[in-house]
Design a protein around this ligand. Structure first.
Ligand SMILES: NC(=O)c1ccc[n+]([C@@H]2O[C@H](COP(=O)([O-])OP(=O)(O)OC[C@H]3O[C@@H](n4cnc5c(N)ncnc54)[C@H](OP(=O)(O)O)[C@@H]3O)[C@@H](O)[C@H]2O)c1
Length: 322
């Protein structure tokens, strides 16, 4: 079969022949219809992800998830193909319990693109961020595919106010149409950025911060949240770490956590099963009803290497079609 094959970490995958998978006990052989090229696929192929594996695992087929047809003819979302197989191929093999039906309203490409960024928008707000209706949500890194979904998700989950922070001016301005009440440009010196966060936090503060950036922007936010007096603070700020586009580490002054009720949590793949199932259902419901908007660009699998090199265009997630 044909696949996007990675032969060395840090190199681009190539469209090449790869041996066909054979399903074992408890597994399904899936005919792949669509596989999104997500950030996690890029970071894993670069060898920089905590699940990248070792050079002994190469060559492998890229892609953590996708949409395909199971042996009984049903259309399913699937995740975590058995290594060395991946979703960016004509066929793959996954555990049976990793198959989940997708709403018919979504095309193959839309369905394949939705789940990774959609879960990374839903879970930090609803689960780790424990949003209560009426609270204020700050999305840090709102201009990316996942951040755009988080702005919409905060609104759908009942946030009273949504503040979007991002770098690209045009993309940031477009977030008002998706439900952002206030915008913060990240493209400014650190002390000015801190003042902008403080101004938007106001007296009521941010209750949930969904953080796709880490690094310098998060340091500016923590500086803004740090109090320089003893006073009663009625609200908690729950910062949920989801991505690290601006830096993998953080300088975290002790006073940032001691002076104000700030809590840090993270959200990724290690989620209790019942939480995952509920989140998946809600996400599909929002997307199928048209309440959640995600733009995709379909790219032939044969152009995987070029797609990798080029990146997403105009906020549209690239989806490889075998
Ligand atoms: N934990 C999880 O479950 C999970 C799931 C999905 C994604 N993620 C992570 O979330 C992050 C965003 O993913 P995505 O799908 O939204 O990616 P994306 O569509 O490629 O967007 C990347 C975003 O990062 C911003 N950015 C890049 N470098 C920056 C910097 N130095 N300073 C400020 N902003 C910067 C971009 O801003 P501009 O466009 O404004 O320049 C853009 O908003 C990634 O780190 C990804 O790995 C985590």
């Amino acid at each position: 079969m044909h696949a996007a094959v990675l032969s060395a970490f840090g190199k681009l995958p190539r469209f090449a022949e790869f041996p066909d998978p054979v399903a074992g006990e408890g597994e399904a052989l899936v005919e792949v219809r669509a596989a999104a090229l997500n950030r996690v696929d890029r970071v894993r192929a670069a060898g920089d992800h905590y699940t990248s594996g070792s050079p002994d695992d190469l060559p492998l087929v890229c892609g953590l998830d996708g949409v395909g047809i199971s042996p009984d003819g049903g259309r399913f979302y699937f995740a975590l193909p058995r290594a060395p197989y991946g979703s960016m191929a004509e066929r793959t093999v996954v555990p049976n319990w990793m198959l989940a039906p997708m709403p018919s309203q979504l095309s193959d490409a839309e369905a394949a693109a939705l789940i990774n960024p959609g879960m990374a928008a839903y879970l930090p707000i609803a689960w780790r961020g424990r949003l209560v209706a009426g609270e204020t949500v700050l999305v840090l890194g709102a201009t990316g595919v996942t951040g755009r979904l988080a702005v919409q998700m905060a609104r759908l989950l009942g946030a009273g106010r949504v503040v979007a922070a991002g770098r690209d001016k045009k993309a940031l301005e477009s977030l008002t149409d998706l439900g952002a009440d206030a915008l913060i440009s990240l493209d400014r010196p650190q002390d000015e950025l801190s003042s902008a966060f403080a101004a938007e936090a106001g007296d009521d503060g941010f209750q949930v911060v969904v953080d796709y950036l880490w690094g310098a922007p998060t340091e500016a936010l923590l500086a803004a949240l740090t109090l320089h007096e003893f006073k009663a603070v009625e609200h908690e700020t729950r910062i949920v770490q989801v991505g690290d586009m601006a830096g993998p580490t953080l300088n975290l002054p002790a006073e940032a956590l001691r002076s104000a009720p700030v809590t840090l949590a993270g959200s990724a793949g290690s989620v209790p099963q019942e939480v995952r199932v509920e989140a998946f259902g809600k996400l599909c419901e929002f997307a199928a009803s048209g309440a959640l908007k995600l733009a995709v660009e379909e790219v032939p699998l044969a152009e995987a290497e070029e797609a990798w090199r080029r990146g997403d265009r105009d906020g549209r997630r690239q989806v490889l079609i075998p």
